[in-house]
Design a protein around this ligand. Sequence first.
Ligand SMILES: O=C(O)CCC(=O)C(=O)O
Ligand SMILES: [Fe+2]
Length: 324
Amino acid sequence: MAPAPLSAINLGHIDDVQELRNCKSSHIPPRFIRDTTERPALDKPTFCSDTIPLIDLSKLAKGTTAELHKLMKACQEWGFFQIVNHGIDGSYGQAFIFSEDQKLDWCNMFALGVIPNYIRNPKLWPSNPSDFSETVETYSAQVRQLCKNLLKHIATTLALKEDVFEEMFGVAVQAVRMNSYPACPRPDLVLGLSPHSDGSALTVLQQGKGSSVGLQILKDGKWISVQPIPNALVINIGDTIEVLTNGRYKSVEHKAVTHKEKDRLSIVTFYAPSYDIELGPMQEFVDENNPCKYRTYNHGEYSKHYVTNKLQGKKRLEFAKIVN
Ligand SMILES: O=C(O)CCC(=O)C(=O)O
Ligand SMILES: [Fe+2]
């Protein structure tokens, strides 16, 4: 999702977290200090008997039933999983600020629209380093193919025709966002990225090699850290799949925390239907035991709503919720 245009709202002075880090002061400007209820509990490690599921894409490609079952459980119970054997090699600024009193994330973001062409702003594509654009193009083409494949497997786990999402989505919208989280002297007071669900159908997250733990997901009311696995990609279900499956597969709330000494970079691809598509729960997931939970809406309107509202858990999905 591209960041929302900064409008006439008074945003006040915004410190650059990269500069704050470079000046090595232990002072955290108040705009970054979270209310006590929001602060990450870093001293209490998130214990969980399970870690997020790890899926072997090469086994899915061979049609291994056990792996497909694992994928089904991952989508149903976690909304998040990591994948291995996927065949992909491995001017910043704040986003999602809408008011002067809003707490800021300890993160610099750089977002680029990739496909279709009309969401690209060539002026934003840096010419330095010289291979930046080509690298993003190559990576994005591979991730696009990966998303198409994953959506086929996901459709199979739902007993749907494997091409159902591809046929429904039209020319899928693809955007990439680079999140840079500089080390923070007080990671216990700030958040790298506020809790949110993604507005996409699928999200693919790549972490820097040797990355510190940063991503946390909300599972059964507890924040669980996603342990980086070398060469694995983290995949999560976005709001679109939650709506289409009438909540069978859920988009899961997640956030990022920072580290006292280590910088962290995540490269995130959002893959979503074309903006002109009308979306609502598929009839396969609605019956008398599963009443329709979401209205039908235009995906372009949802995307606009998504980028013009602050990150606040799953609040943005209320746009589509049917209230009884
Ligand atoms: O950097 C991370 O681990 C999380 C990034 C994320 O959730 C996002 O960009 O939507
Ligand atoms: Fe996200």
